[in-house]
Design a protein around this ligand. Structure first.
Ligand SMILES: [Zn+2]
Length: 138
């Protein structure tokens, strides 16, 4: 399933900083503590400026979803899940599930990952997909 958007940000810049103060995660709504590597996105959408954070776990989940969408032949711009629906999507895709007995989420990535490295890994993966697609058309 590719993600269909009505519109795209006029511009957006993503980065993976170590947070200097607490922020709220746009996807799971948990507080991101200061000193954690998170994803920051700032840009302009529909005439309004925005600045959002994803916690380390949700940022990893986002990259996992993007990778699987790309594997399903979605275009790059359609591979990124909407933040407010990302947790639902991951649950419906059986990537994560709530274990009633353990009263905990299962399948979620562990916090503390080096998001910059994972993001570079996604770029590499996308490049290899495109190279393969170009190779097949020759
Ligand atoms: Zn989160």
């Amino acid at each position: 399933m590719c993600f269909d958007y009505d519109g795209y940000a006029e511009f957006a810049q993503e980065s993976y900083p170590i947070t200097r103060k607490p922020h709220r995660c746009e996807a799971c709504r948990a507080v991101i503590p200061a000193g954690e590597m998170a994803k920051h996105t700032a840009g302009k959408f529909d005439g309004a400026f925005f600045s959002n954070y994803l916690c380390n776990v949700c940022a990893q989940l986002e990259l996992i979803i993007v990778r699987s969408e790309l594997e399903e032949d979605c275009r790059w711009s359609e591979a990124w899940p909407p933040w407010n629906d990302m947790i639902n999507y991951a649950e419906e895709a059986h990537m994560i599930w709530y274990d009633e007995e353990a009263a905990a989420w299962k399948g979620k990535p562990e916090p503390g990952a080096d998001l910059r490295q994972l993001r570079l890994g996604l770029d590499e993966f996308y490049k290899s997909l495109r190279a393969k697609a170009e190779g097949e058309t020759i």
